[in-house]
Design a protein around this ligand. Structure first.
Ligand SMILES: C[S@@+](CC[C@H](N)C(=O)[O-])C[C@H]1O[C@@H](n2cnc3c(N)ncnc32)[C@H](O)[C@@H]1O
Length: 200
């Protein structure tokens, strides 16, 4: 089953345990320290971060490849009265050519850790192209461990691969390691990466 089929199936049966009214506190804390501008929400799901940012005066583009997620995100943004400030796109984060920068902030809460090698490089090139120098890029990802079993979740990435992917054009300012539990699945290692786009 492809990543797309797996995600579409999860939305179809309502298996979306990350769904919440609010974005993670890490997103809210980061946004609180920034002046509102243009934001990109990669793998936006039902749009909880996009909607929160729009409520705080950001103009947002949200991208997700599952039509059902995008449709629900649009409905929720409309109900919240912020649809005018958000554009949701049904597209893959591995092909962001349809977007034009520059953005002041990019978020990825649990999306890129499911991409394959070719997609990862295309994704990183897209983020690099779209962010202005000085922009913030906040990434939450599963960290692959040697004895991982990927049956019930994203395959995750070794931390070193994430660092290497963004070694050019970004500074990694902070990493917060943690453990994530999704319902009754086994705990997995995860981290929040706080990158800043540099010139070049
Ligand atoms: C764990 S969910 C998190 C959703 C959202 N970021 C949140 O925090 O509520 C990951 C999301 O990434 C999306 N996704 C995964 N791979 C993607 C891809 N290649 N292109 C676009 N969206 C993708 C999935 O459809 C899903 O909505």
């Amino acid at each position: 089953m492809s990543n797309y089929e797996r995600m579409a199936e999860r939305y179809a049966v309502g298996d979306v345990p990350w769904d919440d009214n609010s974005p993670p506190p890490e997103v809210m804390n980061l946004a609180a320290g920034l002046l509102p501008g243009r934001a990109l929400d990669l793998g936006c799901g039902y749009g909880r971060s996009s909607i929160y940012l729009a409520q705080h005066d950001w103009r947002v583009d949200g991208v997700d490849f599952v039509p059902q997620a995008v449709a629900e995100a649009q409905t929720r943004a409309q109900l919240a009265g912020v649809l005018a400030n958000i554009q949701f796109h049904r597209a893959s984060v591995a092909n962001l050519d349809f977007l034009t920068g520059l953005y002041d902030l990019a978020l990825d809460v649990g999306c890129m850790h499911a991409l394959d090698e070719a997609e990862l490089h295309a994704y990183a090139a897209g983020v690099r192209r779209l962010l202005r120098p000085g922009a913030a890029y906040l990434l939450f990802a599963r960290l692959r461990q040697p004895d991982d079993d990927f049956a019930n979740g994203p395959r995750g990435l070794p931390e070193e691969s994430i660092r290497r992917l963004f070694a050019s054009g970004f500074v990694l300012e902070r990493v917060e390691h943690g453990e994530t539990t999704v319902e009754d699945h086994p705990v997995w290692a995860s981290a929040w990466f706080y990158f800043r786009r540099q010139s070049g």
